[in-house]
Design a protein around this ligand. Structure first.
Ligand SMILES: [Zn+2]
Length: 271
């Protein structure tokens, strides 16, 4: 004997009728803890002291590559767009214990989907400590009418595995592969490469389907972002092979759309 399913009823008996839900105001999940709110004057002073001190490192990350460098607590790093518009993907490890590394998801929850001045980059559990604090951003893009902003902690990093999933083609040449090579040269392994801070990238979620979208980076030659290290750091930066990321993953990106980024590390003079 077959069960009689009334018209409009689904297999689980709830029916296909659209449910209605109570309406609530959004509540911010993480009421920003005190440790996520820096003393702005203190970080302005740290920035000034570092910029007036010594330039410890000054180098270029060539297009479609990655480099690592180290910083001590209090050092300031400035990443600059030195030619054309270019997105960078960043990883951070505790220099003394690389198991403690940047935790983009928790950083997103404690601050927001896109980082701006005085936001901090937090480390993985069980440590959960500030690794660095953003102290300057020449772009100051804000949030546009599509909800897009720059410097996100939403995405992961472009990688050849997802590229193959989309295109069916093998490739070596992505932020993940560049970061892996740089990490290996620094004594780490592919598994140490983690979700990134996407500097200069302009992203958001579509309003109708909440899909991750990108817009061409608004960063132009001379634009920069700066952060102060809050602990000894090993830092990695890749120059994305998608250039200003105006092309969806899987589409060919002309080589002339890819550019280098400049890195400088400053240290305050000893008192
Ligand atoms: Zn990339």
């Amino acid at each position: 004997m077959s069960r009689v399913v009334p018209p409009g009823a689904g297999w689980c008996g709830r029916g296909d009728k659209k449910r209605t839900f109570e309406i609530h105001e959004p509540v911010v999940c993480y009421d920003k803890p005190a440790a996520a709110q820096v003393d702005r004057a203190e970080y302005d002073r740290k920035r000034q002291a570092a910029l007036m001190g010594d330039v410890l490192q000054d180098f270029i990350v060539p297009k479609k590559s990655a480099k690592t460098w180290t910083m001590q607590a209090g050092d300031l790093c400035r990443v600059t767009v030195v030619e054309g518009s270019q997105v960078g993907d960043m990883n951070f490890w505790n220099l003394d214990n690389p198991a403690e590394r940047f935790y983009s998801g928790k950083t997103r929850q404690l601050h927001s989907s896109h980082l701006s001045v005085y936001d901090r980059l937090w480390s993985s559990l069980p440590h959960l400590r500030p690794m660095a604090t953003v102290v300057a951003d020449s772009i100051k893009y804000g949030i546009d009418e599509d909800g897009a902003s720059v410097h996100d902690v939403i995405g992961t990093r472009c990688d050849d595995y997802t590229y193959k999933l989309i295109t069916g083609e093998d490739r070596w040449g992505s932020c993940h592969s560049y970061l892996t090579k740089a990490a290996e040269e620094a004594g780490l392994a592919e598994a140490d490469v983690h979700d990134v801070w996407n500097i200069f990238m302009c992203t958001g979620f579509t309003k109708d389907t909440h899909q991750y979208f990108c817009k061409p980076s608004p960063a132009r030659k001379g634009d920069y972002i700066e952060f102060v290290a809050d602990m000894p750091l090993l830092v990695a930066l890749s120059t994305c092979p998608q250039g200003d990321v105006s092309t969806p993953v899987g589409k060919a990106v002309p080589d002339e759309m890819c550019h280098p980024l400049g890195v400088q590390v400053f240290r305050a003079a000893a008192l």
